[in-house]
Design a protein around this ligand. Structure first.
Ligand code: CUA
Length: 330
């Protein structure tokens, strides 16, 4: 594809910042994707002007002049013209296919030296698990220049993982794994979206990918990821961080307002009425722990039983921190 690449390079914007119509190019895929995109777009501009221009020209040239009846010209056909307008677009289509296939292969085949991170989509947050380090994080942290392979799955419905700055996007499907890879070029923070409508809080299913220096990455790993604080940080404060970072915030307010789930304000120590007619006089640690791990065991009356289980996503320490945080919300 030397001709294609040369054409594309001519038209590509070799910038590393966002333009008014495209996000910044921040991965090794970005330039190639944009080059082909630009090629197809300018090709469309060219034919748009050519075709609409010819149309306008013919409209003016062959418009009805005077009042009398006029015969249209008796054209039977023109083989040369028909071959030209079939063969040229044919060549262009094959060129675009071959070029796109080549770029697609580069994105589809994961390099062998990639570092692996597991991605779990869940209504309505992303969780990133670093299998070797045993770290679970709500943001994706990777060192610049490192090839990263994402092995993705969903615990509930179909989501779609999308990092516009990296030009990568793929469906995240319950019951199977899908794979993406990227190589971030520079230290920066980029937005991650869910780009498949997956329910009420779909638009809040956001995370960040933080591309750091290798030293900062090592320090982050040594700290146990974004596990908030360490010694000296009150449990309740860790709980608040977890509420923000693990997606609780999508469904549970802390100011008493009603969202998908009950507010956490006054959640501890107060009575509960359940959908099945049963009740408890005061929510305690055991009830709250059960509600995090087995959400459908006791569903509060007036709310849909849609909360996913956090079994395996939050450890005991984290559940304690969350309960301590709830206790502060009087
Ligand atoms: Cu998950 Cu939209």
């Amino acid at each position: 594809m030397n001709l294609g690449s040369a054409l594309g390079n001519m038209m590509a914007q070799a910038t590393n910042t966002a333009s008014w119509w495209k996000p910044m190019q921040a991965s090794s895929h970005a330039a190639a994707v944009d080059t082909l995109f630009n090629f197809i777009m300018y090709l469309c501009f060219f034919f748009f002007v050519l075709i609409v221009g010819a149309m306008v020209y013919f409209i003016v040239k062959y418009r009805r002049k005077g009042n009398g009846p006029e015969r249209t010209s008796p054209i039977k056909g023109n083989h040369t013209l028909e071959i030209v307008w079939s063969v040229i677009p044919g060549i262009l289509l094959v060129l675009i296919f071959a070029w796109g296939f080549k770029d697609w292969l580069a994105i589809a085949v994961v390099p062998a030296n990639a570092m692996e991170v597991r991605v779990t989509g869940q209504k309505w947050n992303w969780t990133f698990t670093y299998p070797k380090e045993g770290i679970v994080s709500s943001n994706l942290v990777v060192p610049a220049g490192q090839t990263v392979k994402l092995v993705m799955t969903s615990t509930d419905v179909l989501h779609s993982f999308y990092i516009p700055d990296f030009r990568i996007k793929r469906d995240v499907i319950p019951g199977k794994y899908t794979v993406l890879w990227f190589k971030p070029e520079e230290e920066a923070t980029h937005q991650i979206y869910c780009t498949e409508y997956c329910g009420t809080e779909h638009s809040n299913m956001l995370s960040k990918v933080k591309v750091t220096s290798s030293a900062a990455y090592e320090a982050w790993i040594a700290n146990g990821g974004e596990e908030p604080g360490g010694a000296g940080v009150p449990l309740a404060e860790k709980g608040k961080k977890l509420w923000e970072q693990r997606g609780c915030v999508a469904c549970h307010s802390i100011d008493g307002s009603k969202k998908v789930g009950p507010s956490w304000k006054g959640a501890f120590g107060t009575a509960r009425q359940f959908a099945d007619g049963s009740s408890i006089p005061a929510a305690d640690e055991n009830y709250l722990r059960e509600s995090i791990l087995v959400p459908n065991a006791k569903v509060v009356a007036g709310y849909p039983g849609v909360m996913p289980s956090y079994q395996g996503q939050l450890n005991d320490k984290q559940i304690e921190a969350i309960i301590e945080f709830m206790k502060t919300l009087k």
